[in-house]
Write a protein that binds this ligand. Structure first.
Ligand code: AMP
Length: 621
């Protein structure tokens, strides 16, 4: 690869450092002199690259779609969609803009007012992009849901978000929504994106085709303040219900800046983000950022399959590819040889996010594709990439890279008085914190002010991740400070899984941990204590697995269940997931001073019902 030079030794001394020669990179990366760009960067100056609405204000749909439709990119391809069956569909910026405006008019005809919540439960189908930009144009708040969720996570999220309109498919509606609809009083309209052969009307729903066919494409985006709410993304904490992180239209400035520096997008790029738009990466980078940059955004409906991905990279001449460690590890299983024979000469930059990327994964990139995967770090709450390995910067395999221009990141220690102290010594572990105030910072957890407030101390946003920083300012991920599970890049709250298990008549209590897995990072493993009168058996285990899968969907349900007579608890009655995990992995059990007893029979324990999990130091609410 041009620009990839000899290797030295990385910060941990274990992996070779991948040196870059920016002079050899083509096109010249947007960020070459890291220190200089950081020093001169300001969000105000960066804002000049966006158009703003006539009369001021920022609207994501305007910046990503409508402004291009009114300029020289009008006929350029915005979305290049490849369906599961190989069918293709292209939307120019002008077409996407017209369709989005039409959908915005249709929403208004349904009585959806500004600020109302529109939920999207769709796979990667063209209507998802139309609906998202249409709803944002109409100043509705968009909440994408992962289509592999089961009825329970869907009901919780629509209920918490007071969803007024849901866009889904007939198949997803029948399997996942129909049964819970009566419990969702806020949900006034369900719009079904039907396909050929699904012509049967479904009671209580509206057909997409009928809704949009009569709607006008002349919708004018109303004045939008940068602080107006735009997106609602649910994420998981250790305890309680999922958290609804709210984001504003002004977040589009972060999408622009990170698309520029972290993904190094250039006008002629063909960009492919493999994440599902049901998660924040799939929205910020699978939908918004590439279009803000006016590049061709490739959308592939099918799920992961290594060989077909290589085929797509080659035939579509993808230049910038943003993917995830689980997919990389699955490709590694096939070996670098599987990539040979594909012409990947167009591929220029590869990035990864969502979970720790092992150094082996970075090096697999070099071996198989001739360039490293560039790890970057962010989370639902940050709305966009915060720390990254940049195209022109040396890569230290295993490191997440350095903070974006405009982002101040630090390793901090929480003090007992609630303040935080920055840890200046290199490679000392602490909590990763970000100086608050970047445009895509979440503006709250829906209806939970206290939970939001607790994420901040002394102007720092505390991320809940443990990390280290080396002497060159590269950040190294250590782990989560809490019990949240990361499986195939998806954040899973143990409490949500435990609560679903507790609904089973045989279950007295349940505790859920993430068990390390070489491919998906962690798999969800549950420990279950049974009520008197129930005996552990293979059949019951299968029944419980099936129950959880049905309620939660395959992405969230446990893959393994073990029976225990009792679960270890603290004296205050909280289940010690940490101890279960240590025992499962054969690790030291740590400080057990708060352990009450795990010999206590369940029947004498605290009343059945989901119990709060233990809060460890550094736990976020
Ligand atoms: P989510 O909010 O679902 O995007 O999950 C965010 C969490 O994923 C972070 O707080 C980290 O724990 C983890 N994560 C994201 N990117 C990385 C990365 N590059 N390396 C390690 N962990 C990551």
């Amino acid at each position: 690869m041009a620009g990839l030079q000899e290797t030295g030794v990385g910060a941990l001394g274990l992996w070779p450092r991948i040196r870059k020669d920016p002079a050899m990179l083509e096109p010249r990366p947007h960020l070459v002199d890291y220190a200089a760009v950081r020093a001169s960067f300001s969000w105000e100056k960066a804002r000049a690259a966006l158009s703003g609405l006539p009369g001021g204000g920022l609207n994501i749909a305007h910046e990503a779609v409508h402004r291009h439709a009114q300029g020289p990119r009008a006929q350029k391809t915005a979305l290049r969609w490849i369906g599961k069956d190989g069918s293709r569909h292209e939307f120019s910026y002008a077409q996407l803009s017209a369709e989005a405006r039409r959908f915005a008019s249709a929403l208004r005809s349904l009585g959806a007012a500004e600020g109302e919540r529109v939920f999207l439960l769709l796979g990667r189908v063209p209507e998802l992009y139309v609906a998202m930009f249409g709803a944002l144009s109409a100043k509705a708040v968009v909440s994408p849901l992962f289509s592999a969720f089961g009825p329970e996570p869907i009901a919780t999220r629509i209920g918490m978000g007071q969803g007024a309109v849901l866009i889904t498919t007939p198949e997803l509606y029948r399997r996942k929504v129909e049964g819970i609809r009566a419990n969702l009083p806020s949900l006034r309209h369900v719009v079904l994106v039907e396909r050929a052969g699904e012509a049967e009307p479904v009671a209580g729903t509206i057909r997409w085709s009928e809704l949009v066919s009569g709607a006008s494409p002349d919708f004018a985006v109303p004045p939008t303040d940068a602080e107006d709410l735009a997106l609602l993304h649910f994420t998981s904490g250790t305890t309680g219900r999922p958290k609804g992180a709210v984001h504003v239209h002004g977040a589009v400035l972060t999408h622009y800046v990170t698309g520029l520096y972290a993904l190094d997008l250039h006008e002629e790029d063909i960009f492919w983000c493999t994440a599902d738009p049901g998660w924040v990466t799939g929205t910020s980078y699978g939908v918004i950022a590439p279009l803000v940059h006016g590049v061709i955004n490739l959308v592939v409906e099918a799920e992961f399959d290594a060989q077909s991905w290589y085929g797509i990279l080659a035939s579509e001449k993808v230049t910038v590819w943003y993917t995830a460690p689980t997919a990389i590890r699955m490709m590694m299983k096939l070996g670098a040889e599987a990539v040979r024979g594909y012409d990947l000469s167009a591929l220029r930059f590869m990035a990864s996010v969502g979970e720790p990327l092992n150094p082996e994964g970075v090096m697999f990139g070099v071996e198989a594709f001739g360039r490293p995967f560039h790890d970057n770090w962010w989370q639902t709450e940050t709305g966009g990439i915060m720390i990254a390995n940049f195209a022109a910067m040396d890569v230290k395999p295993g490191s997440m890279g350095r903070p974006l221009p405009g982002i101040e990141a630090a390793i901090v220690r929480r003090e007992p008085d609630g303040s935080v102290t920055q840890i200046e010594e290199p490679m000392v572990e602490g909590e990763l914190a970000l100086k608050k105030g970047w445009p895509s910072m979440f503006r709250g957890y829906l209806g939970e002010e206290e939970r939001y407030r607790k994420c901040f101390a002394d102007d720092w946003y505390l991320t809940g991740d443990l990390a280290k920083k080396d002497e060159e300012g590269y950040f190294w991920f250590v782990g989560r400070a809490d019990d949240v599970i990361k499986s195939a890049g998806h954040l899973i709250g143990p409490f949500e899984v435990e609560s679903a298990l507790m609904e089973h008549p045989a279950v007295a209590e349940a505790a859920v941990i993430g068990k390390p897995d070489p491919i998906v990072g962690e798999v969800v493993k549950a420990f279950v204590a049974l009520k008197p009168g129930f005996a552990a058996s293979e059949e019951l285990r299968r029944d419980l697995l099936g129950h959880a899968r049905k309620r939660l969907g395959p992405a969230v349900a446990p893959k393994e269940i073990d029976f225990r007579d009792n679960l270890p608890r603290t004296r205050s009655g909280k289940i010690m997931r940490r101890l279960l995990k240590a025992r499962e992995l054969g690790l030291p059990e740590g400080d057990l001073s708060t352990l009450e007893s795990d010999e206590r029979p369940v029947a004498q324990g605290p009343a059945a019902g989901p119990l709060p999990a233990e809060n460890r130091p550094g736990d976020r609410p």
